[in-house]
Ligand binder design. Structure first.
Ligand SMILES: [Zn+2]
Length: 260
């Protein structure tokens, strides 16, 4: 019984410190077999019906959400999952998520993207209690303007080297506006990585398990540069020494710094 009490305390700790109190009931609802949509590697869908999700905050508006289990070829779809705000979908790339822990972390990760989308469209009050420390820290992290400006500067240096390489390959320049749109997206990834790492660390406190914080690696940074359309597969296949250095510098923007 003591163990049970401790375990429940631990769960409460996790709920208080992360957005799991917001996300777990939602993810439970979305993952019911009758609701889930399967998408095969050709894009054809079977099953599923949207869930009209109402965030916890006062006056929050309902959003029709779906969970899509996508059987895409991992070589074609480089990331483990994504949240598509315009289609109201959390997408899990099944073949990138072989274990229960992988699935839990990917769903949590995409759930944080969803929470950030709600924050943008409805304001942070829509997410829940205004004094919730998890909402507060997410809000502060995502709006950290110095970090976004820093990310933009580093990305701009990469863009210039990328365009030198693209010119040699007779390809059109990547315009400066791409830096402006992609920098906040990469910063959002850093924040979501931090929030997901924090969940992993909290879950193993007091157990024999070990968890490591996830940092952007050179390879994950390349995946996101492709996912957000900053570079193509061909660009990444023809990396020059300068570009490699610039990408290395992007990843040193460590995610834990996102937590104020
Ligand atoms: Zn993400």
């Amino acid at each position: 019984m003591v163990q049970e009490a401790v375990a429940s305390l631990d769960e409460k700790e996790i709920a208080d410190r992360t957005l799991s109190d917001l996300l777990f009931p939602l993810l439970t609802e979305l993952s019911r077999p009758s609701r889930v949509t399967w998408r095969n590697d050709l894009g054809a869908e079977t099953g599923g019906k949207p869930f009209a999700y109402k965030p916890l905050g006062k006056g929050a508006r309902r959003i029709p959400l779906r969970l899509v289990l996508d059987e895409a070829d991992p070589k074609v779809q480089p990331v483990g999952g994504y949240y598509n705000d315009s289609r109201h979908e959390i997408v899990l790339i099944v073949r990138h998520n072989p274990t229960v822990a992988d699935i839990r972390e990917t769903l949590f990760h995409e759930g944080i993207h969803l929470a950030l989308a709600i924050m943008r469209s409805q304001g942070k009050a829509a997410l829940g209690d205004e004094h919730d420390p998890a909402i507060e820290s997410l809000d502060r992290a995502i709006n950290k303007s110095t970090a976004i400006a820093d990310m933009k500067n580093r990305l701009e240096l990469l863009r210039r080297d990328l365009n030198i390489s693209r010119k040699q390959r007779s390809l059109a320049d990547v315009p400066a506006t791409t830096t402006d749109t992609v920098a906040p997206e990469l910063w959002e990834e850093a924040v979501v990585f931090a929030a997901t790492s924090y969940l992993k660390l909290l879950r193993v406190v007091g157990t024999d398990e070990h968890a490591q914080a996830d940092y952007f690696t050179f390879d994950t940074m390349k995946l996101y540069l492709e996912h957000y359309g900053f570079m193509t597969k061909a660009d990444l296949g023809a990396l020059t020494e300068e570009e490699t250095k610039r990408i290395e510098l992007l990843k040193t923007q460590t995610p834990i710094a996102a937590i104020p």
